[in-house]
Design a protein around this ligand. Structure first.
Ligand SMILES: Cc1cc2nc3c(=O)[nH]c(=O)nc-3n(C[C@H](O)[C@H](O)[C@H](O)COP(=O)(O)OP(=O)(O)OC[C@H]3O[C@@H](n4cnc5c(N)ncnc54)[C@H](O)[C@@H]3O)c2cc1C
Length: 466
């Protein structure tokens, strides 16, 4: 008999856990409120345009080894386009192209950074100084920054306001969904160490060439052999608990019994599924109300003529951080997607104000578009986009298996936790979600379950980077 494991939530964490459990001869049962899989990384039919659009552009990087493994299992790796050139705008539509030179890591991007027209000579020197500090800190050294903000690290390495606005805040706001003044220094340093310095591949940017929901089409098939089930449109109301162990998941259509339960929902949802008795029994559940959200705004715009040739564009120091070229349709209409991370200020704006501001940023980045207005637009506010990766949050992020971060034992032994907010060592990302799902499945079946990181280059390792 296969062990029946109930998984609450069919986002990336839940999907990842289910696939790993199926491999280990368990019977995974996904219980998902919505009628589609993918959670925060998915698509929907826009009633205004009738088009299938993603809630927001999702970017992965070469260092997302677990997410890449998941796509590989689902047979959709060929639906990810890899970009080795990162385009930055600066004055009046001029473009800097950042790409790896022939130099070994950690210096592969150094030439590109040194040539960026966006930066003054003294600003480039400041960036070199901070990068060098990050190289020498290594992975262990960055932990000494865990309780501080990245702003403190930037002050310590004497970065000026303009360098912070143009460079550091632009990268970190997109990568961590929090500005440099709030984000944990350890997370921000990790982005540079692992994403831009450790090896020549990790910075490469992956973009799905199809709507995100299409990436999950084969999940049902992949679970079939293990007798897996996917219950869509079936919200969990509670996790059943007998005072010692969890026994299943309560839904409107009855209880789904299981030998173990993986919660793969965000912290606020989990908080609604557990009783006070459970909260008291498991220290992992005690701090769910301490997490905060950081919002993201995605804006979809259609222009009646082509205005963007590059695949994407980074807009340093502007409200919009990133523009993505989503293609030109048969009628010659250009579809562009704008992303605003850490979008707290934008949440109070109405759609017209949002579109006005975004269009101003588009005009500034692409002078050819000045005077043109979108013929159609749609903004999507995700107020609960990710947890806020502040310096405090690490102490509350729970591990997959019973016990608590840093404290072993205790807890409900057959309740496992997954989701991008769990203790994965990663910020709230698709990669973090998949890691958490793999880790939760491995906690049930034994073993580590994670895919190895991209190894650091020889020279980077010699310098003590990782
Ligand atoms: C706008 C936006 C842009 C982003 N951009 C990026 C990016 O560029 N790169 C990147 O790596 N990451 C990005 N992220 C983050 C990424 O989407 C998430 O980290 C990841 O998808 C989280 O997956 P998860 O499985 O942990 O949670 P979720 O995706 O939230 O999945 C949880 C699932 O549980 C379901 N659920 C909730 N309550 C219940 C219940 N009671 N019963 C049953 N089911 C329930 C939900 O419907 C959902 O499907 C972005 C997120 C947003 C919102």
């Amino acid at each position: 008999m296969r062990r029946r494991i109930a998984i609450v939530g069919g986002g990336l964490a839940g999907i990842a856990a289910a696939l790993k459990l199926a491999d280990a001869d368990c019977q995974p049962i996904i219980i998902e409120t919505r009628k589609i899989l993918g959670g925060r990384a998915t698509s929907f039919v826009d009633p205004r345009s009738g088009e299938v659009i993603d809630n927001c552009q999702h970017v992965l990087m070469g260092c997302c080894t677990n997410l890449i493994d998941l796509y590989d299992r689902l047979g959709v790796l060929d639906k990810i386009d890899w970009h080795r050139k990162l385009y930055w705008t600066h004055s009046h539509g001029e473009i800097d192209c950042v790409k790896a030179s022939r130099l070994p890591a950690p210096f592969h991007l150094a030439l590109s950074f040194a040539r960026m027209g966006l930066l003054q000579k003294n600003e480039r020197k400041q960036i070199q100084r901070a990068m060098w500090r990050m190289i020498r800190l290594g992975a262990k050294g960055r932990l000494s920054w865990a309780g501080r903000t990245f702003s403190e690290f930037l002050a310590d390495t004497e970065q000026t306001e303009s360098t912070i606005a143009k460079f550091w805040n632009t990268v970190i706001t997109s990568a961590c969904n929090l500005g440099v003044d709030r984000v944990s220094a350890a997370h921000a340093i990790q982005v540079f160490q692992e994403g831009f310095l450790a090896n020549r591949w990790s910075y490469t940017m992956g973009l799905a060439s199809v709507p995100l929901v299409e990436l999950y089409q084969s999940v049902g098939e992949a679970l079939k052999e293990a007798g897996g089930e996917i219950h869509l449109g079936r919200p969990a109301r509670a996790i059943a608990y007998d005072g010692r162990r969890v026994t299943g998941v309560v839904t409107g259509d009855g209880v789904i019994e299981a030998a173990a339960v993986i919660s793969a929902v965000p912290f606020d949802r989990l908080d609604k599924l557990i009783s006070d008795t459970m909260r008291a029994a498991d220290a992992r559940l005690a701090s769910l109300d301490r997490f905060e959200f950081s919002p993201i705004l995605g804006v979809h715009l259609w222009f009646d003529q082509p205005i963007m040739e590059l695949p994407h564009l980074i807009l340093p120091g502007r409200g919009v951080q990133w523009l993505f070229n989503k293609g030109i349709d048969e009628q010659g209409r250009q579809y562009i997607h704008a992303v605003i991370s850490a979008a707290d200020e934008w949440m109070k704006l109405d759609e017209d104000e949002i579109i006005d501001r975004v269009v101003q940023d588009i005009h500034s980045a692409m002078p050819k578009s000045v005077g043109l207005k979108p013929i159609q637009a749609r903004s999507i506010k995700e107020k609960r986009a990710t947890f806020a990766a502040t310096p405090q949050v690490e102490q509350w992020r729970p591990s997959a298996s019973a016990g608590y971060v840093g404290v072993s034992g205790g807890g409900i032994e057959n309740l496992f936790l997954a989701g991008d907010w769990c203790d994965t060592g990663w910020p709230a990302t698709m990669e973090g979600a998949v890691r958490s799902g793999y880790a939760a499945a491995a906690a049930i079946t034994g073993g580590d379950g994670l895919i190895e990181d991209v190894p650091p280059g020889r020279f980077a390792r010699w310098l003590g980077l990782l």
